[in-house]
Ligand binder design. Structure first.
Ligand SMILES: *Cc1c(COP(=O)(O)O)cnc(C)c1O
Length: 467
């Protein structure tokens, strides 16, 4: 058998692996959240050279338990409170399975009409579900596309902004701005896109961008002949989920003729609940927007939703037409060819997992999970605030609790280490802009409930030094 497996073997082993994954989800809660493994230990279990002859697939499956599991960090444990969530769900996993099964390349409409049209439709559904501007639908001047990551989406926005600015400025002079708390992907994207100048702008006491500092920086750059081209607003920074003043930044961007990109990678999912939408007030002043369903909308990585208010500059910047990619459907202008919307040409059928997830949960199912996460996080924040040993360092507008031990950095670091070493929960030790330590508790794993957050509160209580 030269194709690796017969259809009947595929049926058999496929079902075994579905059981294996289902079993994993049933027991993941009881596993220590992080593996106890030394660097190199996983590789040491692998043979030095690839096999020359076929091996039985039963041995491959056995190695999942023997080789893989000892080195797995359990992002899908309900006791996962580190970084931001990187969620999955059974419907999304099945979407991935079918996507792999169909193995499409959707670079052009004609290379996979269903890949393109279901993706456009999902992106339009999300516009309504999240209360995004209606003009961002494919029926309007804008449109959405699924990219691999928020970093790719932001990089794309930076490239379009650069192209737009280069009409009247040299590459040496163009400048990008973001808050000092903006995600590293803004600065990295600017570097990759060839910007020589990136300006981190000072934040206020809530860690949101100070627009007076932004205006001053723009004026200073203009005074020395530079060309301000791009500004990023964050709705939910990675550090503390601070919310930048999107409307005020958008107003400055319009006046100063900058491309305005909004990064809501994590918090964007919350906008499916109308009560959070005041945090994105002013989105109609954005030129582009990104949020990651693969963080907190129960869809497996990779699925980053990138929108532009006007798709023309995006397509003009990224479309290059070699003869082998020209076809009648594309030339008719009546279809979308998503290869012109991002860097990669080939693209897989990522909309399936979004479609399966939205239909299996229903919007109400997603809303109730997000509401439970946020309420549990806010309840934990209130419990910590009421305890003399702790203080909150930032508000909890979404699912992130940011706090520290009042005894200082070493007590805070000790607490984070003790919890993480216990294996009973996993959270992130981080630093504020002033260099002091704090702890991030991010509530958002698909199966995390109020109960798990209460247990974490008990664990914090148990493992903390006295005040
Ligand atoms: C997680 C995050 C990113 C990066 O997301 P990727 O999809 O991993 O590139 C960017 N911005 C913010 C605010 C984030 O929280």
């Amino acid at each position: 058998m030269t194709a690796g497996m017969t259809p009947d073997e595929f049926r058999k082993h496929g079902k075994e692996l579905i059981d294996w994954v289902a079993d994993y989800y049933e027991r993941v809660e009881s596993l220590p959240v992080t593996p106890d493994v030394d660097p190199g230990a996983i590789r040491a279990m692998l043979p030095e050279f690839a096999p020359e002859l076929p091996e039985p697939f039963t041995e491959v499956i056995a190695d999942l338990d023997r080789v893989v599991m000892p080195g797995i960090t359990h992002w899908q444990s309900p006791n996962w409170f580190a970084y931001f969530p990187g969620d999955s769900s059974f419907p999304a996993i099945l979407g991935e399975l079918v996507s792999a099964g169909l193995a499409q390349q959707g670079m052009l409409w004609s290379t996979s009409p269903a890949t393109t049209e279901i993706e456009s439709h999902m992106m339009d559904w999300l516009v309504d579900l999240l209360g995004l501007p209606q003009g961002w639908k494919t029926s309007g001047p804008g449109g959405g596309v699924i990219q691999m990551s928020a970093s790719d989406s932001t990089h794309t926005a930076l490239v379009v902004a650069r192209q737009r600015a280069q009409g009247s400025a040299s590459l040496d002079d163009i400048v990008a701005y973001g808050s000092a708390q903006a995600h590293s992907s803004i600065e990295k994207g600017a570097r990759v896109a060839g910007y020589r100048h990136y300006r981190p702008i000072e934040v206020d006491e809530q860690f949101a961008l100070r627009t007076d500092r932004l205006e001053a920086a723009i004026a200073q750059d203009r005074a020395v002949g530079r060309h301000p081209a791009f500004v990023c607003s964050a709705v939910g920074t990675t550090g503390t989920t601070a919310v930048d003043p999107v409307r005020a930044i958008g107003t400055i961007a319009r006046r100063e003729n900058l491309w305005h990109h909004v990064d809501a990678a994590y918090a964007g999912s919350a906008m499916i609940c109308p009560e959070f939408r005041h945090h994105q007030d002013g989105l109609e002043l954005a030129d582009s927007y990104v949020f990651n369903p693969h963080k907190w909308m129960f869809v497996n990585f990779d699925a980053s939703a990138f929108y532009v208010a006007d798709r023309r500059p995006l397509i003009e910047t990224l479309s290059i037409l070699p003869p082998y990619l020209q076809d009648a459907a594309s030339q008719s202008g009546s279809v979308i060819d998503y290869r012109d919307w991002h860097v990669p040409m080939g693209r897989r059928f990522r909309a399936l997992k979004l479609w399966f997830t939205l239909r299996s949960f229903g919007a109400e199912g997603i809303r109730s999970k997000i509401r439970e996460h946020v309420t549990a996080a806010q309840t934990l924040a209130a419990r910590l605030e009421a305890d003399d040993r702790f203080e909150l360092v930032a508000p909890t507008p979404f699912g992130l609790v940011s706090f520290r031990h009042v005894a200082g950095d070493s007590a805070t670091d000790r607490l984070a280490n003790a919890i993480n070493r216990s294996g009973r929960a996993y959270l992130t030790a981080s630093k504020l802009p002033d260099g002091s330590s704090f702890i991030r508790v991010s509530v958002g794993q698909t199966n995390t409930t109020t109960h798990h957050v209460e247990l974490l509160g008990d664990l914090i209580d148990e493992m903390s030094d006295p005040a």
